[in-house]
Design a protein. Sequence first.
Length: 365
Amino acid sequence: MNLLARQAESLFWLGRYIERTAGLTRILLVQTAFDRGRAQETDWEWLLALYDEGEDFRERYEETNSKSVIHYFVNDREHPGSVLRCLEAARANARSLRAMISTDFWMQTNRVYRRVKELPEAALRESRLASTCEAIQIDCYALYGISNSTLYRDAGWRFFTLGKEIERADQMSRLLDVRFAQMQTGAAEGGAGLGDFTHWSMLLRACGGHHAYRRLVSGPLQPENVARFLIFEQSFARSISHCIGETEQSVLELRTVCDVPTPTKLLKRLSDIKDMIHLAQGDPGLIPRLHSFNDAIQNHLIELTNDLDTCYFEIDIDPAAVTVDTTADPEEPEWIEPADDEDSVKDQTESSLGNKSQSQSQVSS
């Protein structure tokens, strides 16, 4: 694989890993807040179902409780989907892009990785987990702010955006699918089920949409209103519809702005996803069919990622479409601290978390 194809792939996965980290810490933050003050610990099993990690978790942990699930998702080095491993992968990708990203972006990526790598055990106690997750989340938001302010708007920016938006759409469909299934199970077992106001509030907060939803919809939370908001609301940045629209826009700009050829099958895939969303929006019986809809969305996103891989990451890209800072020494950039440089090489060597290997374990599940 040539250098420019690797750069495109690294930018794509850099965007995905940052978004995955932000999403996971936000979910953990909401779950911890939901648990606080309750006499009996709430169910943490749904987090394992969210990423289809139950089998792997039970092979290495004896009990499914808050302590074990928190460790598994935050700093378990053996778990490719943990916050630590996602940030390790983000840092490795950023490091391979040193000549394309700003000093501030690299330093912030390094900062958030070190924050998690050096977390003391006490920081993962339920009493402190909320502040820990909030700090990591703010670090991820800072990365987005720095990227918006400093990344050059060439083809590389579009690949970074593609990674971020596809990951958001994937996480949203998973959240909807798992939480709806959990509430339906609760109803079947005699619980409040779909009518549980607390669960709907938790779902909205887990995707950062509670405030936006309340600005748009007043009154009690209704299952169909919440689902339609999270799927179709174009003005909400994490809705599935908005993410697919941004994905399509980035693909089109690769062709129209950056002169990067866009294969027909990629545009066809995006058109199929948009058509499916449009049909679902007009479906009065969407709620009973929500699982099949989310399942189809996730399958399309897997195929879309595979299409991007074959269309862009395995072929050369016109050098004119990617702007590289040739003044920086790619072997030893002047902004790399000696201590960081030594650790980075070691971390990359020890890590088994490659872009494609995690894409298959995380995205296709």
